[in-house]
Design a protein around this ligand. Structure first.
Ligand code: NAD
Ligand code: IPM
Ligand code: MN
Length: 353
């Protein structure tokens, strides 16, 4: 049986990092004979330039028929003046595919402890699964913009909160059985509904799980002060967006974190959490780790190949253990930093299935 993988490289460093992730998938395919069939689609600024739309209907059709989707990044100043720019393409795709659960694992590799701006004693053993709600909240609420007035509204239904909390609960059951729900219950009505719904859901369906609640402002602080205390962290769309860029510093760079955007049943999407990084695009210096680890999540969640996923994660760790670093992780003590392609090449040499 073959598996169709749609690749959406997007903009900026998107094509550079997805190229390395595809090379890794091709190598896994070559060794395990998975019969992966790759096709490429347009999204974001690249799609705007080619078709006038950030999410052409041909891309949605292609993705709906796929077994899995691998995306690079979208965005850039060239398109910032547009009311529906590259980012609208990505948001539209998440909505069109019902990708409500965005899993963003944050781990500190022992080899990279010194790359983080935090002190090493805080980082040893950090292993957090952030579960970000991805198709609701202020990103998708009623909005308006005029020259003198604007608003965005945050809306959630109890059902939307329940299904994302259930996802967090199921993940926590296979981990350390602790869930931290992050909200702004002291101010926002959506957070009041969030907390009430979370408490009931965990009481009814996951009585074994320890559930704690933290306000988002305090969570931003606790993530830096006591990151090892977190197991699964579940939160709404915008809080999850912001907290995971912060959490990437626990790992050492924004370029390190992967994500999986899951739906109930349909094709799922895998992308690094970073953006198109216009400041370094086209220089072969982007870190492809987040994209490569996203391809590992693709194998685990969409193709049910946990061993292949683990092999990719081990190859990344081995590459760092061998001393290779892209420039975002700081200057290397002995020798030169490596570029995107050389890093990807090294991952291939360490890949043992
Ligand atoms: P960004 O994530 O693109 O970059 C932030 C900083 O991190 C930059 O200094 C960049 O060089 C660095 N960085 C990011 N990824 C890196 C990598 N793989 N290797 C090395 N360094 C890396 O965020 P930004 O600058 O705020 O936004 C730039 C554009 O990207 C905007 O148009 C934004 O809308 C878009 N964006 C897209 C996504 C996405 O497609 N999922 C996510 C975030 C931002
Ligand atoms: C991300 C990005 C996107 C988001 C943007 C580009 C729409 O920041 O995937 O984290 O805010 O979700
Ligand atoms: Mn983001």
């Amino acid at each position: 049986m073959s598996h169709s993988v749609v690749v959406l490289p997007g903009d900026g460093i998107g094509p550079e990092v997805t190229a390395e992730a595809v090379r890794v998938l091709e190598s896994v395919d070559g060794q395990l004979n998975l019969k992966l069939e790759f096709s490429e689609g347009l999204i974001g600024g690249a799609a705007l330039d080619a078709t006038g739309e950030p999410l052409p209907s041909s891309t949605i059709d292609l993705c709906k028929k796929a077994d899995a989707i691998l995306l690079g990044a979208v965005g850039g100043s060239k398109w910032d003046h547009l009311p529906a720019g590259p980012e609208a393409g990505l948001l539209g795709l998440r909505k069109a595919l019902g990708l409500y659960a965005n899993l963003r694992p944050v781990k500190t590799l022992p080899e990279l402890v010194n790359a983080s701006p935090l002190k090493a004693d805080r980082l040893d053993g950090v292993d957090i699964m952030v579960v970000r709600e991805l198709t609701g909240g202020i990103y998708f609420g009623k909005r308006k913009l005029s020259s003198t007035y604007a608003y965005d509204t945050c809306e959630y239904t109890a059902e939307e909160i329940k299904r994302i909390c259930r996802m967090a609960g199921n993940l926590a059951m296979a981990r350390r059985r602790k869930v931290t729900s992050v909200d702004k219950h002291n101010v926002l009505d959506t957070s009041r509904l969030w907390r009430k719904t979370a408490i009931k859901l965990f009481q009814d369906e996951f009585p074994e799980i320890e559930l704690e609640h933290i306000y988002v402002d305090a969570a931003a602080m606790h993530l830096l002060n006591r990151p090892k205390d977190f197991d699964v962290l579940v939160t709404e769309n915008m809080f999850g967006d912001i907290l995971t860029d912060e959490a990437s510093m626990l790992a050492g760079s924004l370029g390190l974190l992967p994500s999986a955007s899951l739906s109930d049943g349909g094709p799922c999407l895998y992308e690094p959490i970073h953006g198109s990084a216009p400041d370094i695009a086209g220089r072969d210096s982007a870190n492809p780790t987040g994209a490569i680890l996203s391809s590992a999540m693709l194998l685990r969640h969409s193709l049910d190949l946990p061993n292949a996923a683990t092999a990719i994660e081990a190859a990344i760790a081995a590459t760092y253990a061998a001393g290779l670093r892209t420039p975002d992780l700081g200057a290397m003590e002995n020798g030169e930093n490596v570029g995107t392609k050389a890093f990807g090449e090294a991952v291939l040499t360490h890949l043992k299935l």
